[in-house]
Design a binder for this molecule. Sequence first.
Ligand code: MSP
Length: 545
Amino acid sequence: MFCVKHIIRTIPTRKFLLYQKRYKYYFVTTPIFYVNASPHIGHLYSALIADAMHRYHRLLGCEQTLFATGTDEHGTKIQEAASRAGCHIPDYCDQISRQYHELFHAFEVEYTDFVRTTQQRHKTAVHHFWETLRSRGHIYKGTYSGWYCVPEESFLTEDQLKEARGDDGKPRKVSAETGHPVEWMEETNYMFRLSALQGELLSWLKTEPVRPARFQQQLLAWVGGPSALRDVSVSRPSSRVHWGVPVPGDHGQTVYVWLDALVNYLTAAGYPGEPLPGHWPPSLHVIGKDILKFHGIYWPAFLISAGLEPPQAILCHSHWTVDGEKMSKSRGNVINPLGCAEVFTASGLRYFLLREGTPHSDANYSETKVMRVLNSELADTLGNLLSRSCARAVNPAQVFPGYDTSLLPSLCGSEGQQLLESLAHLPDAVAKHYEECAFYRGVDVIMGTLRLANRLFEVQRPWELAKCGGDNERLRCTLHLAMEALRVCGIALQPVAPSLAGRVLDKLGVPAERRCWADMQTCADQDAAIGKQQVILYQRVLSGR
Ligand code: MSP
């Protein structure tokens, strides 16, 4: 096993110690997913970011964490999808909600709570929240008329519309953002006084809760702009939308699906029960750019009006396109994650999405790219370093040599020195990127270090050192550095690729209790036996489907 004594690597001096910042509590959420269709890689991406942030905070040593996800099951979209599928609505919801459970299980999304908007605990939360808003004077009854977009479940303003030709060739108004048709509608609804909240929203936005900066700026422009903050309709006549939560005391109206859905975050926090420590406000909502307005304007406005704190942070990510095109059912290019996992493995696809997804701009999915990234990074860089440093020809004693000051670093030349410096900087460098949910950058740092370790191997040629049995110290030093790189990178990779990283650490013999973020800076000073199991970390993929 890994040895009893551990020492702190001292070279070079650290500038910041971000990862030593202690978070006591951490509460992260994904959006809850519509059950009108099966999950695709875009949905999975939102969940992976949240899962990676959750795992990262657990590695930092948070005492208590919550990670909530779930399914959004009410509204006309769902009514229609169930009827298209010829299903009873609740059965249909069960079926798609189950697909999300299966997806998350396959991709190691380890949530601590799964909220379904059809659950009784959620309906109780919605009713209580509604009553709170109403009793505080934020909801009133009014007649509303305007252009209504059914797929978006929203009234749109003139500047959110454009002219387009319908299937019959006639001009008609459509949503400028999504291209969905709109129809003129006039109805009696309950309205929420959003227009009164500009000042509060601007103060909240001044705390810069939204990342990346471009989405924060977009919100500032919307909230500060002249037409952004019109009151919003927060109910629909139940004659039109019957599949939803009835408005308390008025069963002729159904609670607006977005109000209903947003409350899921409170449901997960145990609302309306007395809040437990660390249960409110959420530390981070992970969302996609299409739902920024709902989370960055409506949600904080609802919360402030109900006397509750708005979220501490929102990470808004961009979208996945496929071979350069928007993913859509009509284009037939929707990527099913479980199908891809058959070729690339679930761990491989998870790694790819977090490795290539960039929050600030859209990322493109193509099988050629997935293959290239996984072969070059998981197989040729990480996998190769693991197998070459554990190979009997190089490492006949089958050990992870301990750190020995008399050996290091001079024996391994400038490559050894460079690698040692890179290892000393890695925990802070990666933490800084993970804090921003920039996993692609964190992985860049990790891969850079692993490449240095492979380079050290090539320069030192340990297989020759082992053969002649002569320069034993240089061999030990090379192996120590290579395995230390694997250990440190394995710990840092856990949020992105949990089971792959776990296999690296298992093979090195690193005990489960020594895999926290702070453990990166301490290494063993005695030899430890490595695992006996044969590991091929990632089998190269030779062609797509
Ligand atoms: N039900 C609402 C969210 C309510 S949260 C209170 C919803 N659901 S969704 O299923 O349509 O989308 C869930 C998440 O998937 C969103 O974060 C959305 O941005 C994300 N994605 C959907 N398509 C996507 C891509 N093509 N690429 C990346 N993420 C995308 O919206």
